[in-house]
Design a protein around this ligand. Structure first.
Ligand SMILES: [Zn+2]
Length: 106
């Protein structure tokens, strides 16, 4: 229930008050709308844009492990990576391959 009165708000404005606040103060105190969760399709769009930016040719037909895709989608959605996915990323299937830089024989 709201109380509508005529008077002076604590900010000094005179006029119609809702629960003792003018419209300006009421707007300032109103809670910001809750952020909408990111949709799966939006996260995939962002991931595709990243892959294209990294010069991955035809990313939609490229092969990635589910763990890497899942981790990227979680990162883009600001969500925590599930423990099983993090564990899989630490596994040997996802170990980085280091190669020595090729040098022409002297
Ligand atoms: Zn006010």
């Amino acid at each position: 229930m709201q109380f509508i009165t005529i008077g002076v708000c604590f900010c000094g404005r005179r006029g119609t008050l809702v629960d003792g606040r003018c419209g300006f103060c009421d707007d300032m105190l109103a809670a910001a709308p809750a952020p909408r969760p990111m949709t799966v399709s939006r996260a995939i769009d962002l991931l595709l844009a990243e892959l294209v930016a990294e010069d991955i040719a035809a990313p939609l037909s490229a092969r990635f492990t589910l763990a890497t895709v899942c981790a990227d989608l979680c990162r883009l959605a600001n969500e925590e990576i599930p423990a099983a996915v993090a564990e899989a990323l630490d596994g040997p299937a996802h170990a980085l391959v280091y190669r020595e830089r090729y040098q022409e024989p002297a």
